[in-house]
Design a protein around this ligand. Sequence first.
Ligand SMILES: CCCCCCCCCC(=O)SCCNC(=O)CCNC(=O)[C@H](O)C(C)(C)COP(=O)(O)OP(=O)(O)OC[C@H]1O[C@@H](n2cnc3c(N)ncnc32)[C@H](O)[C@@H]1OP(=O)(O)O
Length: 213
Amino acid sequence: MNGPSASPPAPQGSEEPAARAVALPPTTPPAGAVLPPRAPEAPAPGTLLGSHYDHCFGCGPQHPQGLQLTAVAGEGLDVTAEFTVRPSHQGGPGLAHGGVLVTAMDETLGTLNWLLHAAAVTGRLETDFVRPVPVDAVLHIRAWVTGVHGRKIYSAAEGRIGGPDGPVAIRAQALFVQVKLEHFTTHGRPEDIKKAMDDPDLFKRARAFEVNP
Ligand SMILES: CCCCCCCCCC(=O)SCCNC(=O)CCNC(=O)[C@H](O)C(C)(C)COP(=O)(O)OP(=O)(O)OC[C@H]1O[C@@H](n2cnc3c(N)ncnc32)[C@H](O)[C@@H]1OP(=O)(O)O
């Protein structure tokens, strides 16, 4: 199977508007979802999670235009993260681009999988933009797992500005799908796979390709 099915857009304008919508699966956990314990291998609460791949647009320190987001493991199945909006992240003048903010949420939500010791990729990500985020602002993000159902990991996050307890600027909810190593080796560019595999930092290498046995 290749993800959930979606209706194609209707070919002409005579249908009801609702019939033209794409059917998307929910990002709230279904009945039967569970909240597993933190994996025994999960980094201790308070650990700076670091980048899973130096060239990642979300967290890589070697990506000059990237977000260089940093995340810290929480006490449970939760993380906090910070991202400083730079001029290269602008959409409207002086304001963060919405897609860049979504990336920050995606990246932070992705780090939750590390607490479950599961390799997973984003299947679906919903966001609410609540208030604009200016250049130079720090987005304080908190993310948490809401449930796990089979290979699906459900999670939610919020980003605040003006401090960790400041007003909410963005909210997100996501569904990640656990994948095996082949997801990356089959679809990724060979030279980049090699670059990640050659990283002398064992921890990063593990994070770039960690797979549930
Ligand atoms: C490990 C370190 C990496 C960390 C990176 C963090 C960076 C931030 C995260 C990202 O941005 S990842 C990049 C963006 N995401 C992608 O590129 C994923 C592209 N999509 C795929 O590769 C596949 O569609 C996917 C792996 C998600 C699913 O394909 P599969 O063939 O493995 O799964 P399958 O279709 O069998 O579906 C498994 C279950 O997930 C559900 N599912 C799959 N795709 C879904 C989707 N898109 N939305 C909702 N549900 C989805 C599906 O309905 C099904 O539910 P059930 O088990 O209940 O039947």
